[in-house]
Design a protein around this ligand. Structure first.
Ligand code: GCU
Length: 420
């Protein structure tokens, strides 16, 4: 048993090393050089049986979930109890437009042990429980807007140098720095709440982060245990646990959103936890909404080489070997069905393969249709800035890898139609 563990660890280290070397290969941005690949039918069971109805889909869905657990994200254990401490019940904030609530989720019974702060804004005018967007942030709750009342998140921050800070922990200095990514006013004025947590509080985003991760509180095996994306998704689900206890939040209308690596996370969270009523992937790319087998832009080998802690050990087997994957990301998207799903791309974000994101959304559509919804009403990739909204929404907007006002407007329109 011990030997097996060593062999596994050794082969993973070796494959990460090899992929780091291979990572110097040029990325492919040429549609003509996309390898021929086989699209796996989400509506055919592994044994070849076709899925004909809702009951059949539940079986196939379980099969697909298992594949992603074994090969990509690892399996998330049954959660131990998390204790919620309402640190701030409700303070008027943002010029009276919001009520701010802050909740500490304690991951252990040690009061000053590991945990995460959930920052919640509710529209001040709300008269009943509100639907709510929940998304992780990269650099601390205090970064999402200038509000001086937001508690500073203490988790590890990657790339803190950008802020002239060197100790990789949150501080006053980065308050409001990511406000361009969060349309807080727009969300509140449309009658939705917003909740956010810092991903670094569930797991620091670096390859040595395990000991500080929530994963360290559970049994672990290298090959198919959860990795950072699993730990971050776990945090999103724990926020829903809290929402279920809060009378001002409608826990049946929780919309999970994430950008980029946190978009991969919102998809995995939304796929596994069916309490999320709607799921949004903003520019999630490789390991998110984009088809891996296209190997366009970021590849499996690149992502595993640069971010070995995001996915489980088994995923490393597919470095430069995407054809061997017994799944692809359209199957992850299909797990959200029939709940509303939004996939968004940015035209200049070729690294994330916009076309591959569209094709994955389109390939998930038959599952939506089988379950009696419209799916994605587009066979061809829509023009830039021309959103298509069915039960699956998709757009590719002008510009770079980011979350913009345009993106948020679409999400709100789509949520009004599908959730509100
Ligand atoms: C890198 C990474 C992407 C990821 C992105 C982000 O570019 O290669 O997979 O989505 O970072 O999270 O910003």
């Amino acid at each position: 048993m011990k030997n097996l563990k060593w062999i596994l660890t050794f082969s993973l280290v070796l494959s990460s090393f090899l992929s780091a070397i291979a990572g110097t290969k040029e990325a492919n941005y040429d549609e003509a050089k996309v390898p021929k690949y086989k699209m796996i039918d989400p509506l055919v069971m592994a044994d070849g049986t076709g899925v004909a109805d809702k009951k059949g889909w539940r079986k196939r869905r379980a099969e697909i979930q298992k594949l992603f657990e074994q090969q990509v994200y690892g399996k998330t254990p049954e959660p131990k109890t998390v204790r919620f401490e309402v640190v701030e019940q409700g303070t008027s904030a943002l010029d009276g437009k919001a009520v701010r609530r802050q909740v500490r989720a304690h991951f252990t019974d040690k009061p000053d042990g590991p945990g995460m702060d959930i920052l919640i804004y509710l529209p001040a005018k709300a008269t009943g429980p509100v639907p709510i967007f929940v998304g992780l942030n990269f650099n601390g709750n205090q970064t999402i807007c200038e509000d001086p009342g937001i508690r500073i998140s203490k988790g590890y921050i990657r790339n803190n140098q950008k802020y002239g800070v060197t100790n990789n922990r949150g501080m006053e200095k980065n308050r409001g720095r990511s406000s361009h990514l969060w349309a807080v006013d727009m969300i509140l004025s449309r009658g939705y709440g917003l909740a956010t947590m810092h991903c670094g509080e569930m797991e620091p985003d670096h390859s040595e982060g395990f000991s500080e991760s929530v994963r360290a509180l559970y049994p672990y095996s290298v090959a198919d245990s959860w990795a950072a994306i699993g730990a971050w998704s776990w945090g999103l689900s724990r926020a829903v646990d809290y929402f279920e206890t809060d009378k001002q939040i409608d826990a049946k209308r929780v919309i999970v959103i994430g950008h980029s690596r946190l978009g991969k996370t919102s998809l995995w969270a939304g796929a596994c936890d069916e309490r999320f009523a709607m799921v949004i992937s903003n520019d999630s790319g490789c390991g998110g909404a984009a088809l891996s087998k296209r190997a366009f832009g970021e590849t499996v080998e690149r992502i595993n080489g640069n971010f070995p802690h995001w996915f489980c050990g088994n995923f490393k087997q597919y470095n430069s070997n995407e054809a061997a994957l017994p799944l692809d990301q359209h199957m992850l998207l299909s797990m959200v069905a029939p709940r509303p799903l939004y996939v968004a791309s940015a035209a200049e974000d070729l690294w994330a393969d916009p076309h591959g994101e569209f094709l994955a959304a389109r390939a998930a559509s038959p599952v939506y249709q089988l379950l009696g919804t419209a799916g994605l009403p587009a066979m061809e990739m829509p023009q830039v800035d021309m959103p298509v909204h069915g039960r699956i929404g998709y757009h590719v907007r002008t510009g770079k890898h980011s979350v913009t006002e345009f993106d948020w407007k679409q999400y709100l329109n789509f949520a009004d139609k599908n959730v509100k």
